[in-house]
Design a protein. Structure first.
Length: 310
């Protein structure tokens, strides 16, 4: 749980208040330039979001290089003629792809939040705001795809652990499950297969991993307990993650009202202002609930009584 999460909760919570505050409160007053008191509170938080995302956006070149390096491992993995190596390579390529998607999201959010901060201070034009929101929508669309794929991978890992605990004999699957359950020292399949200091012995490391996984699976009671715990935790993680995904999906379509009514195809829709207010409220509310759930999760609010007792 980071400072960015707390700032996101405060920022969007204040936006929800601004969206729903009765007219008689008049946004708690206005400054001479037309900026409301609530916007004066929101603007610094939007600027902070721009700074956080600008910092994350700087990781894009590193993410691109990581994916390039991962792709270069393909030939070595194929030469090893081991399904474990191929699976590890596939995982690394996927993870580096997701990293690019999240870095790209930050590249769109950083300028978007800066423009929104300017808008709160009444120094941005409507055109600037609409282009900023359009850029944010593009970044969100890419990130939503990456989040969904990442959660599918996590679900697969959980099911693999359950299958191995139930007696699955596939050697590659057993190796993956033992790594995912933390039964192997290096904690991840990629770390077991790839050694950055010496890449020439992939086949040897795969063989050692398969042997170790076989030994662990033979220790049925202890290993099965760990595998089943990992399966349960994985399923719980996926459930929580998909809840976060749904909230971001709601935010995506809520904020999409603005470019849809400004750029098209609904530029002449009746009651345009009402649709924009409703969409903005949906997005602000979803992005308020999301950090609230993350904070509650960090404090253990969603752990089962059995998990707490363990």
């Amino acid at each position: 749980m980071s400072l960015e999460t707390w700032i996101g909760l405060a920022r969007n919570g204040l936006c929800v208040v601004a969206d729903t505050l009765p007219d008689e409160y008049d946004q708690f007053g206005y400054f001479e330039n037309g900026m409301s008191t609530l916007n004066a509170l929101i603007a610094p938080l939007q600027f902070a979001a721009a700074v956080f995302n600008a910092k994350a956006a700087l990781k894009l070149p590193e993410a691109l290089q990581a994916r390039k390096d991962a792709l270069l491992l393909k030939e070595a993995c194929e030469k090893a003629r081991s399904t474990v190596a191929i699976d590890a390579h596939s995982r690394r390529v996927k993870q580096t792809t997701y990293g690019i998607c999240y870095a790209f999201l930050s590249c769109t959010l950083a300028p978007a939040f800066l423009v929104l901060c300017m808008n709160s201070c009444k120094v941005a034009s409507e055109r600037q705001v609409q282009w900023a929101l359009l850029a944010m929508q593009i970044g969100l669309a890419v990130a939503l795809w990456a989040m969904r794929e990442e959660y599918k991978d996590e679900h697969t890992k959980a099911e693999n652990c359950a299958d191995v605990a139930s007696g699955e004999r596939d050697k590659s699957l057993r190796a993956q499950a033992c790594c995912d359950a933390g039964l192997i020292d290096k904690k991840s399949l990629e770390a077991c297969v790839f050694d950055e200091s010496e890449m020439g012995a992939i086949k040897t490391r795969c063989g050692a991993l398969l042997k170790r996984a076989g030994e662990l699976v033979d220790e049925r009671d202890k290993t099965n307990r760990k595998l089943l715990q990992r399966a349960v935790q994985g399923r719980r993680n996926v459930t929580f993650a998909m809840t976060i995904w749904v909230l971001n999906f709601v935010a995506f379509w809520g904020y999409a009202v603005f470019p849809l009514t400004y750029f098209g195809p609904f530029t002449t829709i009746e009651e345009k202002a009402w649709y924009e207010w409703a969409g903005n409220l949906a997005g602000d509310a979803a992005w308020t609930v999301e950090p609230a759930l993350v904070i509650l999760s960090a404090f253990g609010a969603f752990k089962s009584s059995k998990a707490k007792s363990d």
